[in-house]
Write a protein that binds this ligand. Structure first.
Ligand SMILES: [Zn+2]
Length: 472
């Protein structure tokens, strides 16, 4: 992979476009063939089904997944009984709620025990996580699971008024524009009609050029992290010239803040549709045109539980537990994904879908850093994307002006890795933030052995002044 990356880096930019297009064509085949069509047809046919119809379909899928896990996945072979799985039925979930919760730390400690058959299969697609809360880990998907996932993505696009056949611009954390001084910070994936924008190079000096590239490309939609699109939107608004119109903006992977959404919609004259999922492929939540976040019951079972394990009431914030229903390579059952959320009070949405609705996604409350320029910034995992040579990082904040980064280097750590991480951090926390690096051998764990990506020791006043509740 490293060799391929360095070969790519030496190509002229127009050949890099071709390389990306060739890879895009492979992705296109992986995503839109195989199980895609069947799942897509099912989703289209059941989009407006009643809650009971959806529950029946969901329970049938869940029973199949539980039986598969009990039969083939070492971790669940030990704790799932066939009789329990068989007793599950629509309207009576008690057998399911009795199953133990799968903790992220258990998965990280022995992720091979969660693979069907106990080891990777050569047909599967591997994916390295960026290691939000610990060392990176490899996840595996069946090819059909990827294709099925894209059926959900395509339906989500379609209800936003766009599709895979339209031109799109996409922010990416991948190193698509390598080198110290690339002449442009974007590449073209003609196989997917996509303009790929490097989120790594996005800063106040380069933003005007990104906007010009978008104006020339005229995308029907723009996708990416809300924080990157928000930067662009703020600049576009300040510039005042409203020549860039983007009808739909599809955000994901970070908690979308209300202010970000309003700014993005005002800047581009389009509508923002947020989506929530995770690399573990356990859930697909999507925002409809009425800005309600629906959880798709055929992709996964979503639970929200209180600290004592009871199902949370509407409006009550709790831990999200997920049970994926599409990827048989690595089934996770009642998986505590680490995010907190609450159910909406109403079960009716004007869009007509009866899929359960989320009121708010809180992210991890303790994982917020504060920046005078940006306010509260959550989810630091994107800052680690694409950064090599780092085993794990912890962000410690004691004063609003500075963040201390404890960094455990791998043997091939280079100064560029640190600079890369620093530039990622500045793009999230603003140029004025002081960032102090500290190379350490290990990062101390908390009282219960838990790794914390962010430790905030800011006084309480800072938090109330800036009204964390409101931005969430
Ligand atoms: Zn809706």
């Amino acid at each position: 992979m490293k060799q391929l990356d360095s070969l790519y880096a030496r190509l002229p930019e127009w050949l890099q476009d071709l390389a990306i297009t060739a890879q895009g064509a492979l992705y296109y085949r992986q995503r839109y063939s195989g199980a895609f069509q069947e799942e897509y047809a099912l989703l289209k046919a059941t989009e407006m089904s009643s809650p009971l119809q959806l529950e029946l379909l969901q329970v049938a899928r869940l029973k199949r997944m539980l039986a598969h896990a009990a039969a083939t996945v070492p971790f669940y072979q030990a704790c799932l009984s066939k009789a329990k799985c068989d007793s599950l039925r629509a309207g009576d979930w008690s057998a399911f709620f009795d199953l133990p919760v799968t903790e992220k730390s258990t998965l990280r400690a022995n992720h091979l025990a969660f693979l069907s058959g106990g080891k990777p299969n050569s047909r599967w697609i591997g994916w390295n996580t960026s290691g939000t809360t610990g060392s990176p880990m490899q996840l595996f998907y069946e090819p059909d699971a990827v294709a099925r996932q894209y059926a959900y993505v395509e339906r989500y696009r379609e209800q936003a008024g766009v599709s895979r056949f339209l031109r799109r611009a996409k922010f990416t954390g991948k190193m698509i524009a390598p080198g110290d001084h690339p002449s442009r910070f974007w590449r073209y994936d003609w196989a997917n009609k996509a303009l790929l924008l490097s989120s790594v190079h996005l800063n106040s000096e380069t933003i005007p050029r990104y906007l010009e590239a978008l104006e020339r490309f005229e995308p029907a939609y723009l996708t990416g992290y809300p924080s990157a699109i928000y930067l662009l939107a703020q600049f576009a608004l300040r510039r005042g010239r409203k020549t860039l119109r983007i009808p739909a903006i599809l955000t994901s992977a970070e908690t979308l803040l209300a202010d970000q959404r309003d700014t993005i919609e005002a800047a581009f004259g389009g509508k923002v549709f947020d989506q929530y999922g995770q690399t573990e492929m356990q859930s697909f939540w999507f925002q409809c045109r009425y800005r309600r976040m629906h959880t798709h019951p055929l992709f996964g079972v979503t639970e929200i539980v209180t600290p004592d394990g009871r199902p949370a009431r509407p409006g009550e914030v709790g831990d999200v537990l997920l049970t994926g229903l599409v990827n048989r390579a690595m089934p996770l059952i009642r998986y505590r994904v680490g995010d907190r959320a609450s159910w909406a009070d109403s079960d009716r949405c004007p869009c007509g879908r009866s899929m359960p609705m989320i009121e708010s996604i809180e992210g991890r409350r303790e994982d917020y850093l504060f920046s005078r320029q940006r306010g509260w910034v959550g989810r630091m995992d994107p800052a680690l994307k694409g950064v090599e040579g780092v085993v794990e990082c912890q962000f410690v904040q004691e004063i609003p002006e500075a963040v201390r980064v404890l960094c455990v280097p791998s043997p091939d750590f280079r100064l560029e890795d640190q600079l890369h991480l620093e530039s990622n951090l500045r793009s999230r926390l603003g140029s004025e933030m002081r960032i102090d690096f500290q190379i350490v051998d290990q990062i101390p764990r908390g009282a219960n052995g838990k790794f914390r990506a962010v430790i905030s020791r800011l006084p309480h006043e800072t938090q109330t002044q800036n009204d964390l509740e409101e931005v969430l």
